[in-house]
Design a protein around this ligand. Structure first.
Ligand code: NAP
Length: 248
């Protein structure tokens, strides 16, 4: 009998939850708790951290989880490392659902960097309008380059003061190419800082940057431990021994 744990918070995790539910599998969907009103799921849902790798291993044992699917965002590295350790500790099969990273195509003007500090250093000296598409927990280091005018986009309004003055957009994606072109042109965006998330859901901003000829400082993904990986929901369903029934 399968009892799966989906580590979620992404569009792919939501699509997987739909498939798992339609297949009639027993499963729990886990949110990290960063967004105030996460999307409803067709599966039982839990919210918030487990208490590190040992807390997750305890949870897996207590809930008699048989399979773990790490469908978190590719930059949610702490959760992914904890999943590897907890599954090794509890002897539970784990698969990572992760779309391939975006590849540079003709017309892209990317500056690829390994970390946030390098992204800050890659910004120009002269004042520029910069769209920081990187998640609120990573913006603070950009205070070191106060000459720039930053645009930020969050799912929820900021709860406390930001580390610098910024133009804040509160909106939940996914965004179309037209949405992104309109946003960048109306604000006069000149530079973009983005993470190489891969997949279609977040790609429109990269396509818009190419269309407008804007430079993108592209953060590479964090390195994660080796292990089974799937690039589609269909592959995860196969791993669970069931065909996918919804577009994956
Ligand atoms: P992170 O830095 O890797 O995780 C920090 C801690 O948050 C983890 O150690 C864990 O706490 C808890 N956590 C994270 N994801 C969880 C989940 N799905 N279920 C239960 N606990 C979770 O992660 P993050 O970058 O803050 O991302 C948090 C959530 O937002 C993830 O679910 C991710 O898929 C989603 N998300 C992130 C991004 C992004 O850009 N990073 C983008 C879109 C969606 P404990 O150690 O206490 O277990």
């Amino acid at each position: 009998m399968i009892r799966a744990l989906i580590l979620g918070g992404t569009a792919d995790a939501n699509l997987l939850a739909d498939n798992v539910s339609r297949a009639g599998l027993d499963a729990i969907y886990s949110y990290g708790g960063r967004t105030r009103a996460p999307a409803n799921q067709p599966l039982p849902t839990r919210v918030g951290g487990f208490g590190g790798a040992s807390g997750l291993a305890d949870y897996i044992r207590r809930e008699r989880i048989t399979h773990v699917i790490d469908a978190t965002h590719p930059f949610a590295a702490e959760m992914s490392r904890n999943a590897v350790a907890a599954c090794a500790d509890s002897g539970t099969p784990l698969i990572v659902l992760e779309r391939a990273p975006w590849a540079r195509t003709s017309g892209d003007n990317w500056i690829e960097v390994a970390d946030i500090a390098s992204a800050v250093a890659a910004l120009p000296e002269h004042r520029a309008r910069v769209f920081l598409a990187i998640g609120r927990q990573h913006i603070a280091p950009f205070a070191a380059r106060p000459q720039h005018a930053y645009t930020l986009r969050f799912v929820d309004p900021p709860e406390g003061p930001l580390p610098f003055d910024a133009d804040v957009i509160v909106s939940r994606g996914p965004f179309t190419l037209e949405d992104e072109l309109e946003m960048m042109q109306s604000r006069g965006i000149e530079w973009i800082v983005a993470r190489n998330s891969g997949g279609d859901g977040a790609r429109a901003k990269i396509d818009a940057a190419r269309t407008l000829g804007l430079p993108v400082i592209m953060l590479a993904r964090p390195q994660l431990p080796d292990g089974p990986r799937a690039e589609s929901v269909t592959e995860v369903m196969q791993w669970l021994g069931h065909p996918a029934c919804l577009g994956a």
